[in-house]
Design a protein around this ligand. Structure first.
Ligand code: OOG
Ligand code: MG
Length: 262
């Protein structure tokens, strides 16, 4: 760790305020260039603790930057992990209020729900499939707290990987019987197709993203508990949205998920 505890806490409060007051801030590595990976996750942990102390419940976990489309779009090369909140949840077919967001973008994601705990190191696709209760279609609304959505990997980890809102569809599928690599995904914005992909876009197989999460947590002596919802990361580039836009994502075998921005 390059930062002391007080600085970690101060940066977490700074990012929490950027979110709650809906104001963009410069990426934190500008002022703290030697911030390391442990610092970045320590700030995310402190951010989580601030929210939990305020009454927020953690509703799941997420992986981000797991597809080449996303890595290329953001100019980074490694996946990252974050957490989902109760207040981030938007009902399928519901409205997402842009008044609470800075510059939202939407990602189509395949989500897993575990029925058994998963731990690493050594977690692999086989272990993930065996521990999965079901997969569900989802979409994530990301909203970086950083100016113009520009950041480096450490800054975005501290900012809880741009997590803001998410929608989970109710058409659950069996992870074992389904060809998740070839699962087609079509994203439509206001009725027009804006992005297409298949499940393999996420690390070759979306279950690999869950395995990577278990291994990342395992390195800290933590695990993915049973009953956890996990967003595995956008299969396509994120699409910018504004008030009035409607996003509908169609998933082969899993139905569709939609949201209207108001
Ligand atoms: C970071 C979060 C990426 C995903 O699904 O790839 C993410 C960002 O691009 O702002 O959630
Ligand atoms: Mg995402």
């Amino acid at each position: 760790m390059a930062l002391d505890k007080a600085t970690v806490q101060k940066l977490a409060e700074h990012l929490d305020q950027a979110e709650t007051q809906r104001k963009e801030v410069v990426k934190i590595t500008d002022d703290h260039p030697d911030l390391d990976w442990d610092d970045a996750y320590a700030i995310q942990d402190a951010l989580r603790a601030i929210k939990v102390a305020r009454g927020t419940r953690i509703a799941g976990l997420k992986m981000g930057l797991t597809s080449h489309a996303k890595m290329k779009q953001m100019g980074v090369v490694d996946p990252v992990r974050g957490f989902l909140t109760d207040y981030g949840q938007v009902a399928d077919g519901g409205e997402c209020d842009t008044a609470g967001l800075i510059h939202p973008k939407v990602e189509a994601e395949i989500a897993f729900v575990t029925k058994r705990a998963l731990s690493g190191p050594g977690c692999h696709i086989g272990a993930v499939l065996a521990a999965t209760d079901f997969v569900v279609p989802a979409l994530e609304v990301i909203d970086s707290r950083y100016l113009n959505f520009k950041f480096d990997l450490k800054s975005v980890i501290a900012d809880n990987t741009s997590a803001a809102r998410y929608v989970v569809g109710g058409n659950a599928g069996d992870a074992v019987g389904m060809d998740l690599k070839n699962l087609g995904v079509v994203m439509e914005k206001n009725g027009e197709v804006v992005a297409t992909a298949s499940g393999a876009a996420v690390l070759g197989h979306p279950a690999q993203s869950v395995a990577m999460l278990a291994n990342m947590l395992g390195a800290r002596g933590e695990e993915i508990p049973a009953g956890t919802l996990i967003l595995t990361g956008g299969v396509t580039e994120a699409v910018a949205v504004a008030k009035g836009d409607v996003i509908n994502v169609r998933y082969q075998h899993l139905g569709s998920v939609s949201v209207r921005f108001v």
